[in-house]
Every structure is written in structure tokens, then in C-alpha cells.
Design a protein around this ligand. Sequence first.
Ligand code: SF4
Length: 552
Amino acid sequence: MRRDFRTTPDWENILPSFQQPGRYSGAEYSAYPERKNSVKFLLAFPDDYSIGMSSLGFHTVGNIINSHPGFSCERVFAPASDLEEWMRREDIPLFSIERKRAAASFDIIGFSMQYELSFTNFLNMLELSGIEPLREERRDAPIIMGGGPSFANPAALSAFFDIIILGEAEGVLPQVLSLYHEEGEKKSFLKKAAEIGGVFVPGISRSARFAVFSGFDNRYFPVSPPVALTECAHARINLEINRGCRNRCRFCQASALYSPYREKSVEELVEAAAESVASTGYDEIALTSLSGTDHTDILRLLDELYYSFRDLGVSAVMSSMRPSHFASELSGRIARMRKGGITFAPETPSDKLKQVIGKNISSDEIISAATEAARLGWKRIKLYFMIGLPGENTEDIESIVKFIADVKKSSGLAVTASVSPLVPQPHTAFQWLRAEDPSLLLEKAEYIRKKAPAKVSRFNKGQYIIESILSRADASLAELLIAARKRGARFDQWSEHFKFGIWEEAFRDIGASWEEYYYREFSTSEALPWENVSLGAGRKSLLSSYLKATGG
Ligand code: SF4
């Protein structure tokens, strides 16, 4: 039997020798409590602690599990290289941070799957736990549960998971936990769980629909999450003010995943913010949403938050705003916010391409908003653009350079820009789109980077290729993931760890090439690999939107 971390002599003295040991201490304020004689649930995030601890979804699920009296929850994150090397050398299995229990000793391990490039970390965490990756080859292992946006396409991941929560967990997960508590036996639990709406049980379910949480407007908030001990991507309170988006941009999977649009009341939000401030000590409240200023009571909300917390030195920040709101009565309220930098996502300044993607933010509006932001005291602006759009030509690429120059000149703000290629995603109108030559995409991005008077971030061609392939993966790619993991792939979302060569070899291992999958044609008459799960708009309306966009 493998050793347990807790039985390692002197482990309390070994832990501080790793980089940022606070990531593994589990000694944070509000770390999850132990509940004796309960079902043991390990909540796993297949990325670094700093990313997982910034995730509202991760804390929401932790809150749901801890609210169930029959369950005890602990956390685990992907260990960094130094700890992993030591664990492998000493044969120490993956352990929970709260009580340093071996992952394989839990009843359920639930993975929060947020993005495709974390899939190999997920497999690595199973490997470090001594758990077989393939569902059908596992014996006497914990139930491997999954949830999160990656399951918009569960085709490849179904080989690894025993049970998948599709969509919003708040309504579904409590039912699933109660069922497990009653059943306690894996086989009968999975069989019955397959009957719950929003649950997909690979090997049993034929199809399922994404769950929508009907109680979003009521109280359901992780108001006292564990407070991170080390630097995090976002050390702040995440206050989700509304969910979903009223728009349907053709490339956007998020609006399909979180449809329909809903919002919480001002009273509810201010109360949750007060509890969160008291329990975490954070001095920043991020108003989280796809489009914050769309909240119908946004003026009152910003006023209430401002007057409730200004004496405590706590301020609100909002990442997603419409440019038009800068020129409205909102601008005074926005001016009181902490001025980190403002962000707009025009995607393209080309009128033709705006029609194609179905997102129509006028360039004049952005320029006016940037000018107003500069007047209100902002110093920096970040703009997001997409390339590789259907029908894109040289003038469209040049228009991005010109637009960045116009924003800079009119506002005087320092501009940074992100130029990323479109990733055609399942359940969007572009799910059928043929991928563009990645070298050409890189050329376009480099052209913008060289010509635009702004700091333009680089995109990693290899990561883009693998993300695109995994996003529209079919079941056969489970084999690719195993091959890539065997060859050492891990932390693929981190460019310093990502190695495209590993993936090229992994494709060869399965007798294929990345080109075959990347350039794969998805015919509008075939059943797509992810069409056994449904969310948002149906195939008919997506197809008509796709044909409209591509002139088909
Ligand atoms: S891109 Fe933004 S505005 Fe468009 S649908 Fe998605 S969230 Fe809404």
C-alpha cells in the first residue's frame, strides 16, 4: 500500500521547503471543517491553487457540499513541479490540503473542469492518486464526478468520469449528494442519478440537458470561502450580480451556457457583500457577470455598495461594462470605483465582421467611452480582438491597427490589446466552422503586434491548436489525452509548461496527426459529437444563424 502524506515522518517540516507552501497548508481562515462519520468529498481543481481559489464556481460548489449535513468536504489543487517531483520520488499519493488525506481514500472526487488545457492536469491528478484514468478499468476507486463549462462537450471526457453534472450545480448537486447519502453504493447510485435532470452518467445516459438553477434570484452565495494564504489571481470577493447575457453573439458559448438572463436583487447583493466582507476581510468586491451594467438596478446597487462600504475602505470593481454606459448617468458611479484599468471587447472594428459575429459595439462608442474614462481618471484601457473570423480579409486586420491608434490618440490612455483567434465552440453558431491555418493566424496577429501603437499580447500557436481540437473533440480523443499525459503533458494552459512536441508525438501514438483533427470538416448534415447534451438554442436556430453568418 502506498504511503499517506500524513504518515510521512516530519511532514510538517517538509512542506515549508516547497515554493509557496501556503498552497498546501489548508490552514486558511475558513478552511473546510471536518465532519465525523460523513461521506468524504474531495473537491479538486486541475490547476494551481492561485487559479482555483479565484474561481467563484469552485467556492460555490464547496459551499453546496459543506451545506449538506451528511458530507465532509476537503480541497485539492494540481501540485506545482517541485512538490510533484518529491511526491513521485517518495511515492506519496495526491493528498487533500485540509487534512492531508490520500485522494483515493475519499468516497467522491469532484473535479471542476473549466478549460480544455487543464485536461492533462486532471489525468495527472488521477495518476498521482493511483487511480486508473479510464472509468471502465477502475475497481474500488472513489466516484469520479465532474462539472464545469468543459462539459459543453463531454465526448472525450466521458471515458474518465463516472458522473457529470451538466450546467448550473446549485439545483442539481444537492439532489445528487442526497441520493448518494441514501444509496451509498456506487452502482445503484449511478443508475438512479442518471434520472436526475442535468446529470449525465457515461455508460448509462443517452442524452441530457444542461441544468438551469431556478433559484438564482434567491440567496445562494459562498459568503465565507477559505481566504487564500498565498497570492491569488484575484484575492477579492466575487459577487455575482447577474447571470447570462441578453445577447447572442455567434461565437459565444458563455451566453448559451448561462442562459436565460437572471439577476439578484440589490438587497440580497448588499447583504451578501456585507457578510463576505466581514468573513473574509477582503477590501475589493468584484461585481461578477458577463455584462454587469445590464443589471436593471445597477445605479442603486452601485450607490448602496458605495455608501455601505466606503468607510471600511472597501470598494467595488466591475470588469464587464458596455462602453455606452460610460457616457450615461452611470459614469459618475463608475468614477468612484477603483481605477485598475478598463476593459472592452469590441472583437473587431470592421462593420462587415460585426455583422458576421453578431456583436455590434460601435467603434465611436468605444472611443467616446475611452475619452470619458480618461477624463474620469483612468490611465489604461485593454481591448480584446478576435481574428480568424469568417470572411476576414487584409483590410479587416488593418482596421484593428487603425482602431487601436484612434483609441490611443483620442483618449490619451495607454492601450494594451489581446488578439486571439476564434475557437469554434460547441453549441454556438460557429460549431461547424472550418478552422483557419494557424500559421496564417499567427502572421495576422504578429502584423497587428508590430504595427499597433499598443502592447499587444502574443498568442501561443500550439496551445491554440490543441484547445481548438479538444473543444470539438470526439470520443476517440480520450486516447490522445492519455497518450499526451503519458508523454508528460501537464499544466498545458501555462505557456512555460506547454510543449507542442509532446502533443505531436501523442497524435503519432494514436496513429493520427493534429492536422486531421484540427482541419476536420463538421458537416451540417451529420450528428456532432456533443449533440447528446443540449443547452440553449437548438440545432435549427444555430444552423440558420451559421448559414446567415457564412452566406451559406
Ligand atoms: S460575447 Fe459578451 S455580449 Fe456577446 S453574448 Fe457573449 S457575453 Fe453576451
